[in-house]
Structure formats: structure tokens, C-alpha cells
Design a protein around this ligand. Structure first.
Ligand SMILES: NC(=O)c1ccc[n+]([C@@H]2O[C@H](COP(=O)([O-])OP(=O)(O)OC[C@H]3O[C@@H](n4cnc5c(N)ncnc54)[C@H](O)[C@@H]3O)[C@@H](O)[C@H]2O)c1
Length: 320
């Protein structure tokens, strides 16, 4: 049976990925430090579901803790890594930049080092659309210059791509970086717009709308992202070293997004119009030609259907 290490397995994308891998017959070693960036009860609830599966084994571990991480590598002997653990969030990187260096740089380096040491050849890892910064030219293509990030978060993700490329050259690691575009869906992250807006609208509270809603995001449904990750795990050995966009190629304006959510919830949002936040970009849109070519990636979900699935999950999980 194929054995894989999924880091960040109690996180939003890691949980869904681990679940799919288990369904597909993999043996999954999950790892997460269950940190308090957002409510750890949500991470524990995801992890509890995974732990029901006999082929899932979980370690509470910080990827920046080299000795502890090495013990897991020594003991478990997985053959491939899906590296999703990171300090996520653009805005929080202004508040706590050190968390990003800790997890995304020191932690990521440990993963690469140990992969080299334990002769694990294949790594699929999370990058981000944020590497494109404020690039005016959309859709974003992988060949575009990404030398001007506008947040430390983006700078750490771009660094991951560079680090992966070095370890490919030095040790022959085969690395596939996935630039995710605003992933949403059931079990999603409380710091992201869909979660915050749903919570506030249901509670009758105002929703913060930055730049008066004059922003657009290429929202991508979690099941489409997981399809892309699974394909990346299958293809990484042929790809060698690359980065690929996983987006939807259908940017939606924030104002339209709010309308869709209002319709699904059957309630009107009270909006608090705020200026553009530093670190934020105005528009994201993925060119997914490469993902189609290399991974057979073809996103299926329309935003309204995905938002409906999120709201159904939210209401049943929080009994609201
Ligand atoms: N969700 C998105 O829209 C999006 C977009 C672009 C990139 N990404 C990237 O995808 C990956 C997964 O994101 P997510 O949305 O699931 O976020 P998430 O915060 O829900 O998941 C990350 C998980 O990693 C864990 N973690 C953080 N630092 C760790 C460390 N040092 N050691 C061990 N575990 C640690 C956290 O506890 C969390 O459970 C991240 O690398 C993120 O940067 C996500």
C-alpha cells in the first residue's frame, strides 16, 4: 500500500486531501501542530474524522522541530510527501511576520532536508496565487515574473518555490508546487471571507468589505483543488520540478460574491466599507492551461453551488 506524509492534515486543504487519499486506498501519515492561528477545535474536529480511518496515523508535530520531525521520517518510511503545513493568511503576516519565517521557511527547509536524507524523491507542496502580487496582467501565467510580492506571506511562498528548485538541482528531489487560488468550501478557514461573511450575516453583524468591494478573486472549490493535488501526486515523478496554477479562471467581483451569499442565506448583508488593506491585491485570475496540460485539471464547480455546499456545512456544524 502506498504511504504518504500529509503535513497540515488538520488544516482545511490537508484534511480534504487526506480524506480523499484514504478513500483511494492510501496509507496516510498526517502531521499538524494544531496551532491557534484559528480555532483549534475546528482542526481537532477535522482530525477526529480522519482518525476514524484505520489507514490514518496522526502526529502532533511542528515541522520547524527538526529532531521530532526526523523521528517521524525514520519511523514511518513514507515514499512521497504532500507538504501543506504553513502559516497561511496574507493579512496576519503584517501582524506576526515571525510565524511565517518559522513555519514557511524553517519548517519547509526541514521537510526538504529530511526528504533528501531519507531518499524520498517526490514532493507536492502548496504555493499560492499571492506570489503574483499586484500584477496588472491577468490571467496570471506561471511564466510571469513574480519578483514583487506585496506581503511577507507571498515572499515565503515564492521562497518555497526557489528552495524546491535548489533541492531538485542538488539532490534530485522531484518537486511540484501548486499555486492555489482562494480555496473555499465545507470545513473552510475561519479567517477567509466566505466563513467570516457567513458568520456575521447569520449573527446580524456587519461584514467588512475592503476597497468598497472593488476587488475580484478567482474562487476555487475545494473538491477541484483536491482533484488537482491528487493528479499532482500521480504526475510529480514525470514533471521533475515545476509550479502550476490551481485556480478557476473565473474571477468574481466581491460585490457579486456577496450577492450570491445573500441569496443562499436568504438574508441581506450589512456592509462596513473599508479601505484596501495593505498586502491585499485587487484581482486574481489563474491561467490554468498548464494545469490542464500536466494534470488533466478541469475545475467543475460553479461559485453558487460551492457557496451553497459551504453554507449547508456551516449551518450543520455550528447548528445555526
Ligand atoms: N486556502 C487557500 O485559499 C490557500 C491559497 C493559497 C495557498 N494556500 C496554502 O495551502 C496550504 C494549506 O492551506 P489551508 O487553507 O488548508 O490552511 P490551514 O491553516 O487550514 O492549514 C494549514 C495547517 O498547517 C498547520 N501548521 C501551520 N504551521 C505548522 C507547523 N509549523 N508545523 C505543523 N503544522 C503547521 C496548521 O495548524 C493548519 O492546520 C498552506 O500552505 C497555504 O499557505 C491556501
Amino acid at each position: 500500500m502506498r504511504k504518504i506524509l500529509v503535513t497540515g492534515s488538520a488544516g482545511f486543504i490537508g484534511f480534504h486531501t487526506a480524506r480523499r487519499l484514504l478513500d483511494e486506498g492510501w496509507q496516510v501519515v498526517g502531521l499538524d501542530n494544531l496551532n491557534r492561528y484559528y480555532d483549534p477545535r475546528l482542526k481537532k474536529a477535522r482530525n477526529k474524522l480522519l482518525r476514524r480511518h484505520k489507514n490514518y496515523k496522526f502526529y502532533k508535530c511542528d515541522i520547524a522541530d527538526y529532531p521530532k520531525l526526523e523521528n517521524i521520517f525514520r519511523r514511518e518510511k513514507f515514499t512521497i510527501i504532500c507538504q501543506l503545513a504553513a502559516q497561511a493568511g496574507v493579512r496576519y503576516s503584517l501582524e506576526n511576520p515571525f510565524a511565517y519565517i518559522h513555519s514557511n521557511i524553517a519548517g519547509f527547509l526541514n521537510i526538504l532536508e529530511l526528504a533528501g536524507k531519507y531518499k524520498i524523491k517526490d514532493i507536492v507542496y502548496a504555493s499560492s496565487s499571492s506570489v503574483y502580487g499586484d500584477s496588472a496582467k491577468t490571467p496570471f501565467t506561471e511564466t510571469a515574473s513574480v519578483d514583487r510580492p506585496v506581503s511577507l506571506y507571498a515572499a515565503t511562498k515564492k521562497s518555497n518555490e526557489l528552495m524546491a528548485s535548489v533541492y531538485h538541482k542538488l539532490y534530485g528531489l522531484r518537486c511540484l508546487g501548486l499555486r492555489f487560488f482562494t480555496v473555499y468550501g465545507p470545513w473552510g478557514r475561519p479567517d477567509m471571507a466566505l466563513f467570516k461573511f457567513t458568520r456575521n450575516i447569520l449573527a446580524g453583524e456587519k461584514i467588512p468589505v475592503y476597497n468598497k468591494g472593488r476587488m475580484a478573486r478567482d474562487f476555487t472549490y475545494i473538491d477541484d483543488i483536491v482533484d488537482g493535488i491528487i493528479a499532482a501526486l500521480a504526475r510529480v515523478k514525470d514533471v521533475d520540478c515545476a509550479v502550476v496554477n490551481l485556480g478557476n479562471n473565473q474571477p468574481v467581483r466581491l460585490t457579486a460574491f456577496i450577492k450570491i451569499l445573500e441569496k443562499v442565506l436568504g438574508r441581506q448583508a450589512r456592509q462596513e466599507l473599508l479601505p484596501l488593506q495593505s498586502g491585499d491585491v485587487l484581482k486574481t485570475c489563474a491561467d490554468i492551461t498548464q494545469a490542464k496540460k500536466l494534470l488533466g485539471y478541469a475545475p467543475q464547480y460553479k461559485l453558487a453551488a460551492g457557496v451553497r455546499a459551504f453554507v449547508e456545512w456551516y449551518k450543520s456544524y455550528y447548528k445555526s
